[in-house]
Design a protein around this ligand. Sequence first.
Ligand code: GLU
Length: 427
Amino acid sequence: MEKPFNAFEMAQKQFDAAAEKLGLDQATRDLLRNSLREYHFLIPVRMDDGSYKVFRGFRVQHSDARGPCKGGIRFHPHETVDTVRALAMWMTWKTAVVDIPLGGGKGGVICDPHNLSDREQEGICRGWVRQVAVNVGHEQDVPAPDVMTHGQHMLWMMDEFERIRGAKYPGFITGKPVGMGGSLGRTEATGFGVIYTVREAMKELGLDIKKSIGAFQGFGNVSQYAVKLFREYGGKPICVSCWDQTDQTSYTFRRESGVDPDELMSITDKYGTIDKAKARKAGYEILPGDAWIEQEADLLVPAALENQISGANVGKIHKRVRIIAEGANGPTTPEADAEIHKRGIFLIPDFLCNAGGVTCSYFEQVQCNMNYFWSREEVLSKLDEKMTAGFKAVSDLARKKNIYMRDAAYLIAVTRVAEASHKRGWV
Ligand code: GLU
């Protein structure tokens, strides 16, 4: 039987390869290939029907060598602690590669928000905070949204934290709604950040974005805004995909003349499912969920979940594809990665490509701490600057050393975190 995918094993393998190339000493390797601290806990919630249900929650702090841990909280029925560990580690490399003064962490709750009322979700959010309130906060570890969590969840969490601590702490958590400590631009930040790096990659490869075609996987927060900006830059997004809650499967929505994200958003329900009948009427073909990968496109953007491009489907990537921009965390398995490298496709690795979200989260914290909020233009221009600088640092190194973009990103990020750990005298 094939071994099930384990994101943490994959993250450790990637780290080990970078550590080997950098010749890191054993103690630094031991420190950085594992979580610094982990919290595993239970969250009892009174359900709407009066019964009680106990959920499992996690917070993993991978490294705080460069600053407080930072990273989102996922709600997912298939959440595992190993996935959270991997994602926490990737957050450390993410904050390091774009050079913001934060570390890496991640949280999760095993639950399916599709089957929970708002009140029940509020119970999970408040329960999560009660379990870790002394171990998180703006000086220790700053949570944010991730898969299936959003601004309202962050607000409930902030409120619970402030009740426990007895004062106002808007910098405790990011991704809050605008007007309640949130930053303008945060909603679009991850998706826009993906396309800032794509724009730079196209410049480097001599491709004209206006003549380019992009195929997107997913239609959540990242994909929606990536598609939007790609289109604003003149590119043609040919498809997106989404999970269909009723059919319990995913579909690809393709339109030869291009996908219109606003039109699709207007027919997407609160669970992220696009209405198939309405989409068909608007001229979309509805294909199987994995059809996005075989599109004749210049750009592929996996922006859904981890473990999406594997040995089983990497061979389906069309020969026209020049760039893969990893909007999701960990979408490519090591086996598929080796093949992509061999084919000479330009890869923008996840923790660089999708760093726009956390970079804007950092801006949100800065604004909260000052209690002075910037305009959307100011936020987005600072975001563009940071993402472009991060991209350039990685692509310069990749070119100079003639190495793969993922390896270059790892070398930069791991060096920064190892150096911080050394300078503090930890190892
Ligand atoms: N969950 C996002 C990520 O994976 C954002 C994290 C944050 O803003 O802290 O990068």
